[in-house]
Write a protein that binds this ligand. Sequence first.
Ligand code: ATP
Ligand code: MG
Length: 584
Amino acid sequence: MRQSRALIPTMREVPADAEVKSHRLLLRAGYIRQLASGVYTYLPLAQRVLKKAMQIIREEMDAIDGQEITMPALQPAELWQATGRWDDYGPLMMKLTDRHGRMFALGPTHEEVITALVRDEVKSYKRLPLILYQIQTKYRDEYRPRFGLLRGREFLMKDAYSFDRDEEGLDRSYWAMYRAYMRIFERMGIEFRAVEADAGAIGGTHNHEFMVLADVGEDTIAYCSACDYAANVERAEVVFPPVGQASGEGGAADDSGAKMEDEPPAPLERVATPGIRTVAEQAAMLGLPTSKIIKNVVFLADGEPVVVLVRGDHQVNEVKVKNALGVRFLEMADESRIRALFGAGPGFVGPIGVQNVRIIADHAVGALRNASTGANEDDRHYIGVNPGRDFTVHQYGDFRLVQEGDVCPRCGAPLHFAQGIEVGHVFKLGTKYSRALGAVYLDESGNQREMLMGSYGIGVSRVIQAVVEQSHDEDGIIWPPALAPFDVHLIVVNMAHDTQRHIAEGLYGALLGDGYAVLFDDRQERAGVKFKDADLIGIPLQVIVGAAAERGEIEVKIRRTKEKRTVPHPEALETIRALLKELV
Ligand code: ATP
Ligand code: MG
């Protein structure tokens, strides 16, 4: 492509709301433009990168016998009502009404559509297993669209779905897909990690997210410093009691299974704590460590109140609470509801004497002696609180978020944290959708059975920006060759100069003839502008034909390392070819 004819609108200044580097770079280097919040046009350079990403994805999906289809973005409400997701998806779903008053959604995902399709078209075990996939535009009315392509409201997703006869089949499909994802992200040249993710009601480890490690990532990953355990913090298990410390040893174990602290129980006492707002203030006023405070967080679980107890130095993990209760919605209760239930404001709630609210507690709470908690009266707390003696808990469990330094559930070494961008997600759906929509097949004996499904997504538009977030320097983007919009950036310093132009045109023709994708900067621009743009755009190899061409020399530059080499012109083509073989 001749750059003089290409639409590559590089720019110096980017809008102030472009906060993250990758977003700024994609705007500056002329890859994308915003139409509305979270809605983008992919300009020619971005389109080329997307095409390469899609090609890798297609090859790996086809290699596991995935078949590509395209499903509609416009989806009737009835289908979503049948699975309950018309309501569950909530405001995230873009809804619209047609001229006849019928309700539709712009698909945020396609489980409903594909399950209905396979239900209607596949009736026999002979047609299973089946893997179908598409690369298609998705719509989600994100609460906070931001970071450019990382969280859009309209974005490109590869979504695949597997259909199997039984658990073993689903297991095979799942791991085939997992391995395909590993190959896809390896081929793209990304530094990534597969982490265990929340599997909701299905449970187990059959749910992995593929994370690009980057500081701007909105997900936090806990990973082990010694073994290969890695999990989204939403899911990461907290081991209690800590590995290597047997429960009950040296202290009485209560019904939480936790090791009690060695301290003689003190009497329960109600004390004045005027104006206390936070756990830290409460601890300071009472002269206790925050680990001796029992924090009470009130939720509505499908509308029913429940209070979750965790230690003051811990945080409630809402995903774990939701899974343990088996509910669809979990939301924090507001102040008026808390007052109606407990007779006190949020900072002064506690489990003592509570009758009509379900009380669940993290294991660590069960091990506390002489702790402090709210007295269900404004400006009052209890001290000398002992679980079991002073209040009972309906259910103990792992209800807190892991913290950096907690022990690895596999090997006991300390866990570290890192931020990640979720670029892919594989998970087992089981029979959730096949049951709701009646996707059944007849087995060898003529019995009707529900299909077992898996769902597998890749954020195609998100992943290309995640790569930029990971691979850039102060001058611009550094594309891994597998995703680069062009293989070579050929720059002629002065087009008006006959020798330069002549040599450059010769190289351009020869490289195109080899089948390489070449961006040929034949613009009438100053050399400085051309070099700046080339570094910004980030093509792996630059070939510069300048004044030295008179002496029969041209320059090659490797974008990633900034390494420059002068090569004599007659052999230049061979050198470039050799470098490209190494790079591409
Ligand atoms: P997130 O937690 O980031 O909102 P998700 O878990 O809801 O994502 P999935 O339903 O698993 O997303 O969708 C599959 C993939 O689609 C994700 O792994 C991600 O790469 C991509 N994706 C999801 N939401 C967006 C978005 N708003 N913009 C761009 N890509 C997205
Ligand atoms: Mg996900």
